[in-house]
Design a protein around this ligand. Structure first.
Ligand SMILES: Nc1nc2c(c(=O)[nH]1)N[C@@H](CN(C=O)c1ccc(C(=O)N[C@@H](CCC(=O)O)C(=O)O)cc1)CN2
Length: 288
């Protein structure tokens, strides 16, 4: 068996086409703000990609790029500025923040009605209570990718690996809603027998940041496998970085569907950010 590829790039392009039409119907262009702190090359690349996406669909960009030495007060000032900025429909604080900054306090200062990442405690609470709110982009992107490829979710056994705030933790909340109706097992570094949980799953989502963690012997034949992990391995002689996912390449020989890294979940994460901004703008224009 060779897995059918869940092509996140093509799916994200289709979603961006839909969003471009929705943006054109708004009374004014929405604006996405980003706050980026420090020099992490991955974070710089992701933020640059988010602004390229904005330009593609007609969303305006507002950037706050702060040095790695930025203080808690300086980051909080950027958050307050975006909360007050009428040109900003929604915004994100790129994670992870450099060590020493109080990430939780910074996320809590975001105006929940401008929370383009769906990571504010109020919006995570709304997700728990089934109240409409922006959804965290990675798990929402995974659901959309599966749906648009007709992979059954209703009743599926889903095993997720990784309990991070952006992917694994909210994934359980989204997949167990009535609208998805899946059963979720959330595995992490304290899980005793990881393979026992992945081998029985219809859908395996790996967001551990551990290169080639999921091997072919850990996958039920025909299962859908989604790779969220990105590990940058820098060649010591050339200095060039190589990206490795959490899923070993030969998993494609047993899985029924595979969202690879690159080209699977990552582009969907970016598309869902745009979707959240457009949703916020539409909500704002309806309530105006
Ligand atoms: N505030 C947030 N911070 C972070 C989030 C998030 O959703 N909100 N998620 C990740 C990073 N991320 C978006 O911010 C992200 C990660 C990966 C990709 C992507 O397109 N990846 C490529 C390949 C990897 C690469 O080129 O480096 C792919 O999969 O094709 C997009 C967005 C953590 N921080």
């Amino acid at each position: 068996m060779t897995a059918t590829i869940l092509d996140g790039k093509a799916t994200a392009t289709a979603i961006k086409d839909e969003l471009r039409a929705r943006v054109a119907a708004l009374p004014a262009p929405p604006g996405l703000g980003t706050i980026l702190v420090g020099d992490d090359p991955g974070s710089h690349a992701y933020v640059a990609g988010k602004h390229r996406d904005c330009a593609e669909v007609g969303i305006a960009s507002i950037r706050y790029d702060l040095p790695a030495t930025a203080t808690q007060q300086e980051v909080e000032a950027a958050v307050r500025a975006l909360n007050e900025d009428p040109a900003c429909t929604g915004y994100i604080v790129q994670l992870p923040l450099p060590a020493g900054l109080d990430e939780q306090r910074i996320l809590e200062l975001i105006d929940p009605d401008k929370d383009a990442d769906g990571l504010h405690p109020t919006n995570l609470g709304r997700l728990v209570l089934n109240i409409p709110a922006p959804l965290p982009c990675t798990p929402n992107g995974i659901v959309q990718l599966l749906r648009r490829h007709n992979v059954p979710i209703n009743g599926a056994e889903v095993t997720a690996i990784g309990r991070g705030t952006t992917a694994g933790r909210p994934l359980g909340l989204i997949f167990t809603r009535k609208s998805e109706n899946a059963t979720v097992t959330l595995c992490h570094t304290g899980t005793r027998d990881l393979a026992a949980h992945t081998r029985t799953a219809d859908i395996v989502i790996v967001a551990a940041g551990s290169a080639a963690l999921l091997t072919r012997d850990m996958v039920k034949p025909g299962a859908a496998v989604l790779d969220v992990g990105v590990t940058r391995i820098v060649d010591e002689t050339t200095g060039k970085a190589r990206l490795v996912g959490d899923v070993a390449p030969d998993v494609a020989e047993v899985a029924g569907y595979l969202a690879p890294m690159p080209g699977g979940v990552g582009p969907m994460t970016r598309a869902m950010l745009l979707a959240n901004v457009v949703d916020l703008a539409e909500r704002r224009s309806t309530n105006a």
